[in-house]
Design a protein around this ligand. Structure first.
Ligand code: UGA
Length: 438
């Protein structure tokens, strides 16, 4: 993603990975992930000779003045971020570099990793005499809108140790800062009329902290909205009305207050966990965030309980689930609440037919007991309940009369508050959602 976007704004980029199969897929013109618009920009950059893929990291290290580290930092069993891939890449860069390099952390890492990276580069490269500068440039891209987020960011944060690194990064991002690129997402029309991104220069430690603190705050907002939703449900209020009005206050903001199944994906849950561990290691009691995690862990169970109440007996029932991805516009099913929900229902003896516009290929091998037909209508047919588990816009636009007529019992559990309760009831569907009167 980073490679494709940097090439899109005019840089010459070599992307490398130790997973040779991934490089082969990319070289064959295919993408290992679904991300709207990415295929187009990659094809264009390759045609114009600005982007190439190599399974030989030495080629990429030799060619690059600036090297972005975009490796994964998955959670270790104890919840800390696993930094072994960063260490491995540091060794590789130090061994292969023959000229000065700016090494930029793009991966999400705990604060102070930059210091360790600098030390590692110096130790591994002690015989080469090559100068390494280290910088942190945290990623704020969301899956599903990553290209849009890269080209029209609200801020670009760079954690640096000197002006040379800052200038080099400013030069890399100049087309984005000055809006000097042909936007592939909006052309031929105009780009959205938003202010240019804030260029924020900090220390490396601050930049690393900004990333973890931002993702944890987003998680906190979601858990907060989910608790208010539970309260709204008990008190006969409507969470949608509540968060709409709350969000009108610019100090609060409307985004990330959508109640439902809780947050999933490969970023928010793991970053939150790593942040809690980082706080613990430094002796700071950040139990607030432990509560955020605890609330999130209970969300899927809460929706399963709702399904149980509506269906009375779950065992043996045919249930349709719309959505597998952890959110809309992606095929990513890592830590997806929808998958957790399906697994819980299967354990209770339900027969599941699931549909997702993009994620079925990834989910199929992991869920042999789940039927995955080619349309939402086929999933709904003969079902006694239909659960909306991912907020795909397409689901809102389905022909709900047709669905009603083919279901054995027209019962909808909208775990993402995607549909209008009033419209569903007017169509004669039994409708349950989250934080709204049933
Ligand atoms: C998140 C951050 O939003 C990005 O800014 C960050 O760059 C990225 O992690 C990262 O660290 O790389 P992403 O994981 O793509 O992005 O997904 P989000 O859009 O944050 O959604 C996360 C989860 O929260 C999804 O399961 C989504 O359905 C859920 N969510 C989101 C809610 O339940 N309610 C909301 O109001 C918003």
């Amino acid at each position: 993603m980073t490679g494709g976007c940097l090439a899109e704004i005019g840089h010459e980029v070599i992307v490398t990975d130790n997973d040779a199969a991934k490089i082969e897929t990319l070289e064959a013109g295919r993408l290992p992930i679904y991300e709207p618009g990415l295929d187009t920009i990659i094809a264009k950059a390759r045609n114009e000779g600005r982007l190439s893929f190599s399974a030989k990291p030495s080629d990429a290290v030799a060619a690059g003045d600036a090297i972005f580290i975009c490796v994964g930092t998955p959670p270790l069993p104890n919840g800390d971020a696993d930094l072994s891939a960063i260490d491995h890449v540091a060794k590789l860069i130090a061994n292969e570099a023959r000229s000065p390099k700016l090494v930029i952390e793009k991966s999400t890492v705990p604060a102070q990793t930059g210091q360790e990276l600098k030390r590692a580069l110096a130790v591994y490269g002690r015989k080469s005499g090559v100068t390494f500068r280290v910088a942190s440039n945290p990623e704020f891209l969301r899956e599903g809108t990553a290209i849009e987020d890269f080209l029209h960011p609200d801020r670009i944060v760079v954690g640096v140790e000197d002006e040379i690194a800052e200038r080099q990064l400013h030069e890399i991002y100049r087309p984005v800062i000055e809006r000097k690129f042909n936007c592939p997402m909006h052309s031929p029309g105009p780009c959205p009329d938003v202010p240019p991104p804030a260029w924020i220069v900090t220390t490396i430690n601050s930049a690393e902290l900004i990333k973890h603190a931002s993702n944890s705050f987003l998680a906190l907002k979601i858990s907060y909205a989910n608790m208010v939703a539970d309260l709204a449900e008990k008190l006969g209020a409507d969470i949608q009305e509540v968060v709409y009005a709350m969000g009108m206050d610019p100090r609060i903001g409307r985004s990330f207050l959508n109640a439902g199944l809780g947050f999933g994906g490969f970023c928010l849950p793991k970053d939150l966990q790593a942040f809690v561990h980082l706080a613990e290691r430094t002796g700071v009691d950040f139990s607030l965030l432990k509560e955020v995690e605890k609330i999130n862990r209970k969300r899927v169970g809460y929706v399963v309980e709702k399904i149980r109440r509506a269906l009375w007996v779950v065992k043996g029932k045919q249930i349709a689930v719309l959505g597998l991805a952890f959110k809309a516009n992606t095929d990513d099913i890592r830590f997806a609440p929808a998958i957790d929900l399906i697994n819980q229902l299967v354990r209770e003896g339900a027969k599941i037919r699931a549909y997702d516009p993009e994620a079925m290929e990834k989910a199929r091998p992991l869920m042999p007991d789940v039927e995955m037909p080619e349309s939402a209508y086929a999933a709904a047919k003969d079902s006694e309940a239909l659960v909306i588990a991912t907020e795909w816009k397409q689901f809102r636009e389905l022909d709900w009369t047709r669905i009603r007529d083919t279901m054995t019992r027209p019962l909808i559990v909208d775990a993402r508050n995607l549909l209008s309760g009033r419209e569903m009831k007017a169509l004669g569907l039994e409708y349950y959602s989250v934080g709204r009167p049933d």
